[in-house]
Design a protein around this ligand. Structure first.
Ligand code: FEO
Length: 397
């Protein structure tokens, strides 16, 4: 098996799967692995587009050698410098010492900062083009999608846009690499998780990039993670547009922190009452055993967010604290909020969520419900009202 895969007759996939790394950026779970996608354009000048994380270099270089069969790489395009893509540059440069590295001013700053590479540089600016023979490359600067140096590269013959992190997601490519070969429900969920965890904070810059690209005739999207979109590239562009405009689906995610199950009971009561109002997408999540990565993904998906916590040492239950801090920093908009929880002798759970919520700037659908140790008849009535208000707020979203 030679490992490379044709995207067109002269453009190839030479990416790799990583099923070893447990957490991406030493932070985000890779339960289903991840792919680091890289591509080769063969022409009078051969071009490599991005590299892979260093732990997979041996698989990567074997594919490249098999494909090129002794030919040189003339250019390496660096669309993004995060080490999951730039990690093998030094080794590739040793293998192909005549190769020119194409990037922008910021790319080269990071290339020096990370790897001490200062030679073989070919600087491009927004809109610059390079002729390879039959193919031409055009470069679009798309800063902060996901780092300041980020750019995209458009190949004019087959109309392929190499997009870096944009449109990419978690999940290894197990056999199928194209959107028409894989289970899209799985990948769309993992792409939203990547988007919300990694890129979402920069949503206004994603919108700016999408506007810049709106006149480009894109037939294929080739990102650095996840499937290559050759059948319906417009599908993932539309999703990205929605996510970066903070649009949401009708549904409610109820996240709770509970030591002995009393706050959890309140969450379940809310979920039942919301279901009785006709809302079908309801997720109840235990913050103590669900990684923040998956919680963020659900919050990015649904309109309604309910946060519930017991009181712990006169404050918020620690796993809930991580969540409210993240929401405070991310800038996510257009959600509606409900708050509930319990206390024993002092308050601190619900009131801390309320304090953080001032930063969210999300409308609060009804007053918070806080029960003493466990919800009684009166509390349940208040929860019913909160559930009804939440259901009304997310309907016809
Ligand atoms: Fe896939 Fe921002 O790196």
């Amino acid at each position: 098996m030679n490992g490379f895969i044709n995207i067109t007759e002269d453009i190839f996939y030479v990416g790799v799967n990583d099923r070893e790394t447990a957490i991406f950026e030493n932070l985000w779970p890779l339960d289903k692995g991840v792919s680091y996608n890289s591509y080769i354009i063969r022409d009078k000048k051969n071009v490599l587009v991005d590299t892979v994380k260093i732990n997979k270099f041996s698989v990567f270089i074997e594919k490249i050698r098999n494909l090129l069969n002794g030919e040189d790489i003339d250019y390496l395009v660096i669309n993004h410098m995060e080490p999951d893509h730039s990690g093998s540059i030094q080794e590739i440069l040793e293998e192909f010492p005549n190769m020119k590295i194409i990037g922008n001013k910021k790319t080269f700053e990071f290339l020096n900062d990370l790897y001490g590479i200062q030679k073989n540089l070919y600087e491009v600016k927004d809109g610059d083009e390079i002729d390879l023979g039959e193919h031409k490359l055009k470069f679009y600067m798309t800063p902060m999608v996901h780092w300041p140096e980020t750019m995209m590269t458009y190949e004019t013959k087959s109309k392929i846009l190499f997009t870096g992190d944009a449109f990419g997601g978690f999940g290894s490519l197990d056999g199928g690499i194209f959107d028409d070969e894989v289970n899209l429900d799985f990948f769309e969920d993992e792409i939203r998780r990547y988007y919300s965890n990694i890129v979402g904070k920069y949503s206004p810059m994603v919108q700016r990039a999408l506007k810049k690209l709106s006149d480009v005739d894109i037939k294929i999207i080739a990102a650095t993670h996840g499937p290559v979109w050759r059948k319906h590239p417009e599908r993932i562009i539309e999703k990205y547009d929605r996510w970066s405009k903070y649009e949401s689906e009708e549904g409610v995610v109820i996240i709770y922190g509970s030591m002995y199950g009393n706050t959890e009971k309140m969450a379940d009561h809310l979920a039942r009452k919301i279901a009785e109002q006709g809302i079908k997408n309801i997720k109840v999540i235990n913050a103590s055993k669900t990684h923040l990565s998956h919680i963020i993904n659900e919050i990015w998906r649904f309109k309604g967010v309910m946060l519930g916590s017991c009181t712990y040492n006169t404050g918020l239950f620690p796993p809930m604290e991580e969540i409210v801090q993240w929401i405070s920093h991310t800038g996510l908009k257009n959600r509606v909020l409900g708050i509930f929880g319990t206390y024993g002798w002092s308050g601190g759970g619900v009131s801390t969520i309320e304090k953080y919520a001032e930063n969210f700037k999300w409308p609060i659908v009804n007053e918070s419900v806080e029960a003493k140790l466990s919800a009684k008849e009166d509390d349940l009535k208040k929860l019913d009202e909160l559930a009804k208000a939440m259901a009304d707020a997310v309907k016809n979203n």
